[in-house]
Write a new protein. Structure first.
Length: 277
């Protein structure tokens, strides 16, 4: 394969996954690790990707770009549903459950709508619609607020409503996960609303597929230590597993059956207890 063709393939993979590993690209392209490293260096010099340890990611720092719901819901469907299934198994009848806006929490809502009677608090019109259209027996409380491109309701109305509530568990969707910045979003108002969600919950469970690692939004929702549990998928890289396993309350990896990364699932790793606010 010519260099130009490899560069195009690498760019397409980075744009799809946000962050990629050298080993995965070498396997995908059928070339050596050294060839991929040279290709990444060339793309990095051109500003097309940003070289990181062991791979490459989309260029740029903290993002304020907020993809729309319609785009995100078509991406990584298998990973999101695998994560949602792990999360749904934790819900019992009578619980007060917070579901922040997002496509992974939307996938979880589809499972919960067919499950036991619970009380759902959400700032997502789409999640509320899932329960309404399924004729679920659960009670749904939808916050008010200003609608974002990702269909979250945010701002003072949403934040004020959440401050009056008490949740057994919050399932929190995030835009990015970073070792230093924690859980982030590209929308400042959404970060404020999600922080109110975290404060209202006795237990915080973050739902984040493997592509969220290394992605950085402009505003922090919570630190890694604020998560009682993080559920990702088994394509999460080794470095991310190590860091998250040390810093979140518990790391759980949902099996996807995908062997692209050649990484076997690891059992849930319990670290220190994390406060949920």
């Amino acid at each position: 394969m010519l260099a130009a063709a490899r560069h195009s393939a690498i760019l397409a993979e980075v744009q799809r996954e946000r962050i990629v590993r050298v080993a995965d690209l070498a396997k995908m392209l059928g070339v050596s690790l050294m060839t991929v490293r040279r290709d990444i260096e060339a793309l990095d010099s051109a500003g097309a990707v940003e070289k990181i340890h062991g791979g490459a990611k989309l260029p740029g720092g903290a993002s304020t770009h907020e993809p729309g719901f319609e785009l995100k819901v078509t991406q990584l469907k298998d990973e999101k549903m695998a994560i949602a299934q792990e999360a749904a198994a934790q819900v019992r009848e009578g619980m007060a459950v917070g579901l922040s806006a997002g496509t992974t929490t939307w996938a979880l809502a589809q499972l919960l709508a067919a499950g036991p009677r619970i009380t759902v608090v959400t700032n997502s019109v789409r999640i509320a619609d899932v329960f309404h259209q399924s004729s679920s027996p659960s009670t749904v409380i939808l916050t008010g607020g200003e609608r974002t491109p990702s269909d979250a309701l945010v701002g003072p109305l949403a934040t004020s409503a959440l401050r009056q509530l008490h949740l057994d568990v919050l399932f929190l969707g995030v835009h990015g996960v970073d070792a230093d910045a924690g859980f982030t979003t590209p929308n400042v108002l959404e970060a404020e609303t999600d922080r109110a969600f975290v404060s209202a919950a006795r237990r915080v469970v973050v739902l984040a597929d493997h592509t969220k690692w290394g992605t950085l939004g402009i505003s922090t929702i919570a630190s890694l230590e604020d998560a009682d549990e993080l559920i990702s998928d088994d394509l999460l890289g080794g470095e991310a597993r190590r860091i998250l396993g040390d810093r979140v309350g518990r790391l759980r990896l949902a099996p996807t059956g995908d062997t692209r990364h050649g990484a076997a699932p690891v059992p849930s790793a319990t670290a220190h207890s994390a406060a949920s606010g």
